[in-house]
Design a protein around this ligand. Structure first.
Ligand code: PML
Length: 246
C-alpha cells in the first residue's frame, strides 16, 4: 500500500505553537489528518489562527530502524559530571561538550533565541556546520510504529511522555547516519526539564533535571566526526523517510 507523509504545524500571529508529523498508509490518511487537526487545536487551546496540514505521497520507501535502548539516569552527581561521563563514552572532548551544553542553555541562535532546529558540531574542532545558524537543521519524514510505541510505553511505565516518544524517534534517525557521535537535547519547554544524550549503538540516556524548572531555553546539538559530508547528512535528515519499528 502507498505511504503518505502528513505534517501539521500551527501558529498564532506568526508565532509557532506546535507541530507534528506521521507516515501512514493511504487508508489511514483521513483519520490521521483529523487527529493532527485536533492536536493542533488542543495544543493551542483553540487559540491557533493558522493550522497547516500537508499530505504528501512518499517518493521513496522508508527505512525501518530500531530505537536505541533507553537508560534513565538517577544520580546525585552534578549534571556536568554526568554529561562528562557521557561525552567521554561518545569520544567527545568534555570541554567541547560542556561548552555546547551551556550555549544551548543561553539560547544558541546568533540573536540569542532558541534555535528551532539542531546545531551540527564538528568534533574535535567545535566548528559549527549547520548552514543556517538561526534556524539550525530539522529532521523530518519520521514516525514510530504502533508496536514500537507499545513497547516503549511498557518499558517507560509512568515516566512515558509524548515528548519521549517523539525524541526517541528523532534521535533514532539522527544516530543512524555514519559519522554521528551523539546528540544532546535540552527541551525548550520551560516546564519540561528532562533531556537526553544519545550515542549510536550505545543508548538513549534520559537525564532528569537537565535544566532548572521554568527555564525557557533549550535546543539540540548533533556531534559529528570530521570529514562528514554535511550536505548529504542534511539531505538525509530533511528528506529520507524513516520509521522506528521493532
Ligand atoms: C524525554 O526523554 O522525556 C524527552 C526529552 C526531550 C524532550 C524535547 C522536547 O520535546 O521538548
Amino acid at each position: 500500500e502507498k505511504l503518505f507523509s502528513i505534517k501539521m504545524r500551527s501558529s498564532k500571529e506568526g508565532i509557532h505553537i506546535s507541530g507534528a508529523e506521521r507516515i501512514v498508509p493511504e487508508h489511514q490518511v483521513e483519520e490521521v489528518v483529523g487527529e493532527l487537526y485536533w492536536r493542533a487545536r488542543e495544543h493551542s487551546r483553540g487559540e491557533a489562527d493558522f493550522i497547516s496540514i500537508k499530505v504528501e505521497k512518499l517518493k521513496e520507501k522508508p527505512v525501518y530502524l530500531k530505537a536505541p535502548p533507553i537508560y534513565e539516569l538517577k544520580t546525585e552527581l552534578p549534571i556536568e559530571e554526568v554529561l562528562t561521563l557521557l561525552f567521554r563514552r561518545a569520544c567527545i572532548p568534555e570541554n567541547l561538550g560542556l561548552s555546547i551544553y551551556s550555549l544551548i542553555l543561553r539560547g544558541a541562535s546568533p540573536s540569542g533565541r532558541v534555535m528551532r532546529g539542531a546545531m551540527i558540531v564538528e568534533v574535535p574542532s567545535g566548528r559549527r556546520l549547520e548552514p543556517d545558524r538561526e534556524r539550525g537543521v530539522r529532521a523530518s519524514y519520521l514516525d514510530i510504529s504502533k508496536e514500537a510505541t507499545r513497547k516503549l510505553k511498557k518499558s517507560a511505565g509512568d515516566r512515558f511522555t509524548e515528548n519521549l516518544k517523539e525524541a526517541l524517534t528523532l534521535t533514532t534517525k539522527i544516530l543512524n547516519y555514519p559519522g554521528v557521535l551523539g546528540e544532546l537535547c535540552v527541551s525548550d519547554d520551560p516546564d519540561y526539564t528532562t533531556g537526553y544524550f544519545s550515542i549510536p549503538k550505545v543508548g538513549y540516556f534520559r537525564i532528569f533535571n537537565l535544566k532548572p524548572k521554568g527555564f525557557p531555553f533549550g535546543g539540540r546539538a548533533i556531534f559529528v566526526k570530521e570529514k562528514i559530508n554535511v550536505e548529504e547528512f542534511i539531505e538525509y535528515l530533511e528528506k529520507k523517510p524513516i520509521i522506528v519499528s521493532e
